[in-house]
Write a protein that binds this ligand. Structure first.
Ligand code: PLP
Length: 356
C-alpha cells in the first residue's frame, strides 16, 4: 500500500503465476509448458532473423500472422485478433465485451485470471458450481447475465465440454458474449471455432503457449464475429499499438507451418497422459478425466499440501490451488517420458514414506 497508488489498487488481488524456479535440475510440471519445445522451423527463424530489422516497429495489425491464423482455421482475417499472449487477449476481452450491468457467469473452479480481470475492470461475476464430478453443467448457466466465460477443456480440472453443450449455451444467450478459452483444446477437446460462423456472440480464445511449445514468445489470439474483433481492436489500439513483436509473429507463423511437429508432440503428450493417469490410479489417487496436457489428481488419504512438499523435496514441482474445492488436488503437467517416470517414482516414495 502506498499513498501514491490509484484508488482501489490496494484492493486488487493479482493472479499468482506458477513458480519459474531459478534453481536448475528441478522437474517442472507446474505451469503446463510443453516438454518438447517448438517446431525446428521456429529455431530456423530465430537463427536467421535479421537483427537489423528490429529497429523498425512491427506491423501494428500483425497482418501476416492474422492471415496465417485465418488460413489455419478457415475463417476470414477480420475474424482474427492477436495479442501478447492469450492472457492479454482475455484482458482486452473482459474490458471490451464483458463490462455490462449484469454479472458475468464463470465456473467456481476455473482459470483464476478470470476473477482477476473482473476485479481489474470492475466487472461483477457469479461463480456457477461445477457438479459433484467437477463437470460444467451448462443448464446452470441458463440465467440472465452479462456474459459467460469458460475454459474448454476447463482448467485446472482438464475436463472437456462437448461442442453441443457450447452451442446450447450460445443459443440460450443470444444477446451476451460467450467466451470459450481453448488454451488446451488441442490435447483432446472439441473446438467451438466452427460455431463462430453461426453465432455472432461467440469468441474463441487460443494460445501458442501450450500445444505449440511457445510460452516464451507470448502469442495468443481470438476468433469470432468481425464486430467482436472490432471491439477488441478498439481496446488494443487504446492500450498498445504493437503488442506482438515482429520476431514473435514470425516464430508463430513458422510454428503454424509445421503440422507434423505439432501433431506428433500433441500425440505423444496424450499417450503419456494415459500412462501417468494409469500409474496415479494404481497409487490410489483419484484422477479426473483429462483432455488437457495435465492431470488433476487427489489422494484420498494424503493431503495435497503434503504431497506437494514431498514432491518438491524429491525435485518435482507441481501446482496446488488452495481453495475449498481444489485444495486436495494437485495439477500435474505431462512432461517428457523421463519427467513422467520421475514424477511417478517420487510420488510412490512420498506415499510409502508416509505409511512407513
Ligand atoms: C495458460 C493459459 C492461458 C494463458 O496463456 P498465454 O497465452 O500464455 O497467456 C489462458 N487460459 C488458460 C486456461 C490457460 O491455462
Amino acid at each position: 500500500m502506498s499513498k501514491f497508488w490509484s484508488r482501489g489498487l490496494d484492493g486488487l488481488t493479482p493472479y499468482t503465476p506458477g513458480e519459474q524456479p531459478r534453481q536448475s535440475g528441478l522437474i517442472k510440471l507446474n505451469t503446463n509448458e510443453s516438454p518438447f519445445g517448438p517446431s525446428p522451423a521456429v529455431t530456423d527463424v530465430l537463427r536467421t532473423w535479421p537483427a537489423e530489422q528490429l529497429r523498425r516497429y512491427p506491423d501494428p495489425d500483425s497482418t501476416a500472422l492474422c492471415n496465417a491464423l485465418a488460413r489455419e482455421h478457415g475463417v476470414r482475417v477480420d475474424n482474427v485478433f492477436v495479442g501478447n499472449g492469450s492472457d492479454e487477449v482475455l484482458a482486452h476481452t473482459f474490458c471490451a465485451l464483458l463490462r455490462h450491468d449484469q454479472p458475468i457467469l464463470i465456473p467456481d473452479v476455473t482459470y483464476a485470471f478470470y476473477r482477476t480481470y473482473c476485479a481489474l475492470y470492475g466487472i461483477t461475476y457469479k461463480a456457477i458450481p461445477l457438479d459433484s464430478e467437477y463437470r460444467i453443467n451448462v443448464s446452470a448457466y441458463e440465467v440472465p447475465c452479462g456474459g459467460v466465460v469458460l475454459a474448454n477443456p476447463n482448467a485446472p480440472t482438464g475436463i472437456a465440454l462437448a461442442r453441443a453443450d457450447i452451442e446450447r449455451l450460445l443459443a440460450s444467450h443470444p444477446d451476451q458474449v460467450v467466451v470459450v478459452d481453448e488454451a488446451y483444446v488441442d490435447f483432446g477437446g472439441e473446438s467451438a471455432i466452427e460455431l463462430t460462423e453461426r453465432y455472432p456472440n461467440l469468441l474463441v480464445v487460443r494460445t501458442f503457449s501450450k500445444s505449440r511449445g511457445l510460452a516464451g514468445i507470448r502469442v495468443g489470439y481470438a476468433l469470432g464475429h468481425a464486430a467482436l474483433i472490432g471491439g477488441l481492436n478498439r481496446i488494443k489500439n487504446s492500450f498498445n499499438s504493437y503488442p506482438v513483436s515482429s520476431l514473435s509473429a514470425a516464430a508463430a507463423i513458422a510454428s503454424l507451418g509445421d503440422t507434423d511437429h505439432f501433431a506428433s508432440t500433441v500425440a505423444e503428450i496424450i499417450r503419456l497422459r494415459q500412462l501417468v493417469a494409469g500409474e496415479l490410479g494404481r497409487l490410489g489417487m483419484l484422477v479426473l478425466p483429462s483432455s488437457a496436457n495435465f492431470l488433476f489428481a487427489a489422494h484420498p488419504a494424503c493431503p495435497a499440501s503434503r504431497l506437494l512438499a514431498g514432491l518438491r523435496q524429491n525435485g518435482v514441482l507441481v501446482r496446488h490451488f488452495v481453495s475449498p474445492r481444489t485444495e486436495n488436488f494437485l495439477r500435474i503437467t505431462i512432461g517428457s517420458e523421463s519427467d513422467c517416470r520421475a514424477l511417478v517414482m517420487a510420488l510412490r516414495k512420498v506415499l510409502s514414506d508416509r505409511s512407513g
